[in-house]
Ligand binder design. Structure first.
Ligand code: GDP
Length: 461
């Protein structure tokens, strides 16, 4: 299955840097050390060494580490060199390694993939590791670390173990139904296990998607009619947050997004195209996408220009309460001569009515009333993520697998509920449930998802 070539890569960040870490994993790792540094250090102890090219020329002085299999990250022999992080040093070392028989450059995520294939990490831990590297806020970091350490993986394994117990009971009935000393009532305890599992998993799933949102960011869409000041507000909110992590243009022509860190929680702010009726096809498409994004958001900030004659009526109030909408009355500097309703901090939040959860009066251009909006956004994020235990489910993939498990358990229980339950049908459903859990942790049949997961890793990880 796994190819037994020895892989190597630069595992640290972009050079030049103080230190560069080069890792080698596989059966030739020991040989690689002997060739590069002339010896093999004691396992798991740093040694100061000279690193030499094939010609014998010294490339660098470095720290070397040796992790013999199976007690290594990949489960294979691993050699690690901590070099000076210059381009030429790294190039010379990689070049020397590349010329060794049976050694080749690693592909993205290949170290982690070997760890998975050697049973060092289950699939959820692999995802946790990927998330930890990608984490941009403290909340994301904590969640990723918990997942790496088995928060969902261990739980799923426990569920699977109990499922297999239930299955064993049912199979005992099937295999030995003729024998007198096999108790009749093996189905009842099996059904009890199935019922408990179904209830436990249902509780885990009823988390309002908190884990997925924490991983991907809570989505706040700024929407409203054209020229209301949406982009101005967007830029203001984006700029005032010191911790903007990765501003980049969206994939569509009309939607720009920015990632904010609000009190440790990730919020993705979307600036959507002006929502209005238009005959122009390109604009219509922009508007359609804007509506779609606003509908899929966790919160919509609906911006209107209060100075426009029909400012209020142009507000096109939301048709449904989901997601919640906040009304942002912008350009208050243009009404009543000079701004009167501003400068009072949170008091610019008006009481909510049926349509709007909150109403704010601001001047985006002057930056007035924005404190209240930013404060309310932080509260919104904190409330969203607060409470309850840490979420186990952080991806749609997990949710899907657990929903399948519950569905199969439901079928198994339905079969046990009839007068003369057919044991082989119960067994079949329990097996199906266990397969779904196995897919979650990567124990069974996951070739199709592996590529998608490891593709997101960098080389050297
Ligand atoms: P969008 O089409 O909704 O994104 O609106 P923009 O942010 O592009 O703003 C449209 C126009 O309104 C621009 O000329 C802005 O400078 C102006 N504008 C935005 N906010 C305010 C405000 O609070 N007061 C005033 N006077 N003008 C504003």
């Amino acid at each position: 299955m796994s190819d037994r070539s020895t892989i190597f890569a630069l595992s640290s960040g972009r050079p030049p840097a103080a230190i560069a870490v080069v890792r080698v994993s596989g059966p030739r790792a020991r040989f690689a050390l002997e060739r590069l540094i002339g010896r093999v250090p004691k396992p798991r102890q740093a040694a100061l060494v000279r690193v030499r090219a094939a010609s014998g020329e010294t490339i660098d002085e470095a720290l070397a580490l040796w992790f013999p299999a199976p007690r290594s990250e990949t489960g294979e022999d691993i050699a690690e060199l901590q070099l000076h992080g210059g381009h030429a040093v790294i190039a010379a070392v990689l070049d020397t390694l590349g010329k060794l028989d049976g050694c080749r450059l690693a592909r993205p995520g290949e170290f982690t993939r070997r760890a998975f294939e050697n049973g060092k990490l289950d699939l959820t831990a692999v995802e946790g590791l990927g998330d930890l590297i990608a984490a941009e806020t403290p909340g994301q970091r904590r969640q990723a670390f918990r997942q790496l350490k088995g928060l969902i993986g261990d739980r799923a394994e426990d569920w699977r173990r109990r499922l297999i117990e239930a299955l064993a009971l049912v199979e005992a009935r099937i295999d030995f139904s003729d024998e007198a000393d096999v108790p009749e009532n093996l189905i009842a305890p099996a059904a009890q296990i199935a019922r408990d599992l179904r209830d436990e998993i249902a509780i885990v799933l009823a988390d309002r998607h908190r884990g997925e949102r924490l991983r991907e960011g809570l989505v706040v869409a700024i929407a409203g009619p054209p020229n209301a000041g949406k982009s101005t507000l967007f830029n203001r909110l984006a700029r005032r947050e010191a911790a903007i992590v990765s501003p980049y243009a969206g994939t569509t022509r009309d939607i720009i997004e920015v990632h904010l860190d609000l009190d440790g929680y990730p919020v993705t702010l979307l600036d959507t195209a002006g929502i209005r009726e238009s005959a122009e096809p390109v604009e219509r498409e922009g508007v359609r996408r804007a509506r779609e994004h606003a509908a899929a958001a966790d919160l919509v900030l609906w911006v209107i220009d209060v100075s426009a004659i029909d400012g209020m009526s142009d507000g096109a109030p939301p048709r449904s309460k989901e997601p919640p909408h906040w009304l942002i009355k912008n350009k208050i500097d243009l009404v009543h001569g000079q701004s009167t309703a501003i400068g009072k901090g949170p008091s610019t939040i008006e009481p909510s009515n049926n349509e709007w959860q909150f109403i704010f009066s601001i001047s985006a251009a002057r930056g007035e009333g924005l404190d209240a909006v930013a404060w309310a956004l932080s509260r919104f994020a904190a409330d969203y993520f607060a409470g309850g235990e840490a979420s186990l489910v952080t991806r749609a993939r997990h949710r899907h697998a657990l929903e399948e498990t519950i569905a199969a358990l439901g079928c198994a229980l339905a079969v046990t509920a009839v007068d003369e339950p057919r044991e082989e049908l119960i067994a079949e459903e329990l097996r199906r449930a266990s397969t779904s859990l196995g897919r979650l942790t990567g124990r069974v049949d996951v070739e199709d998802v592996l590529d998608a997961i490891f593709r997101d890793f960098c080389i050297g990880k």
